[in-house]
Ligand binder design. Structure first.
Ligand code: B12
Length: 210
């Protein structure tokens, strides 16, 4: 897959949607859709992000790369699987910031693995707490890519605990990848590095739940 990352990234950075689509199709000839996303799309976007940090690409290129990838992912990841699992009431959300691609991938992967969960889209703390309580959520997946958003998980956790709601919080996204201790500091129950982690962790929790 390594050899496809370079041309895929080049296609993204030159805003060549057709070339990006072609490289993605080549990946799909060898890999499942979710594996193609995790092994091609995610590393390529990370490299585009790193190039932006070094001043080698413009923010507009990062933005368009994200948009192209969203379209590709939307086309190939299944929205549902008929073989649903018995499971705790679950929801996924982007807390406060506007980085939506990671959440979309985790959501699709969870659903492809047979989990049904609410997609809350993007919310701020108060709205999220109110909605999770109203929906009687037991497992809350939170995606953030900005550090200030990550720090807000603490308020979500505290408010849910104060309301006596036994909600397990699973977090993921860039700030938690940069700082391996951060998930504990903000009161989460676990951190996942990938969409596959999300499935495995929730599966593990199911065994512990009534
Ligand atoms: C694309 C991108 C954007 C796009 C977003 C487009 C979109 N629709 O999502 C745009 C251009 C809009 C953008 C804007 C900004 N961005 Co930006 N962006 C990125 C970039 C390059 C890639 C993010 C991405 O989509 N990756 C691909 C997805 C699939 O990966 P992912 O989100 O990490 O998700 C995977 C895992 O983390 C995990 N995961 C994610 N969520 C969850 C949840 C759970 C429960 C689990 C288990 C797992 C999990 O699974 C996913 C699949 O493998 C990152 C760089 C990086 N290293 O992450 C910066 C980055 C996140 N951005 C950053 C910044 C600073 C900004 C801006 C403030 C820039 C600016 N000055 O305007 C704005 C803020 C916008 C806002 N208010 O939210 C910083 C954040 C630093 C920080 N931690 O605080 C980063 C890290 C770049 C950097 N190193 O500086 N950005």
């Amino acid at each position: 897959m390594e050899e496809l990352i370079k041309p895929f990234r080049a296609a993204l950075e030159s805003l060549d949607r057709i070339a990006a689509d072609n490289v993605f199709r080549q990946a799909l000839e060898r890999l499942s859709p979710i594996a193609a996303v995790e092994q091609l799309v995610v590393p390529a976007l990370e490299q585009v992000g790193a190039a932006w940090e070094d001043g080698r690409v413009a923010l507009s290129q990062v933005y368009m790369s994200g948009r192209f990838c969203e379209e590709l992912v939307e086309k190939v990841l299944p929205r549902s699987d008929p073989d649903r699992k018995h499971q705790p009431r679950s929801a996924i959300v982007v807390l406060s910031d506007y980085h939506t691609l990671g959440k979309r991938i985790v959501y699709s992967m969870m659903r492809a693995a047979g989990y049904e969960l609410f997609d809350y889209g993007r919310m701020d703390v108060d709205e999220l707490v109110a909605r999770a309580l109203a929906d009687k959520i037991s497992v809350l997946l939170i995606s953030v890519l900005l550090l200030p958003s990550a720090l807000k998980v603490r308020a979500v956790s505290d408010q849910l605990k104060a309301a006596g709601a036994p909600v397990k919080i699973l977090v993921g996204g860039a700030p938690f990848l940069f700082d391996a201790q951060l998930w504990r500091d903000v009161g989460a129950d676990a951190m996942g590095r990938s969409a596959a982690d999300a499935v495995n962790i929730v599966h593990g929790w199911m065994g512990e739940m009534p």
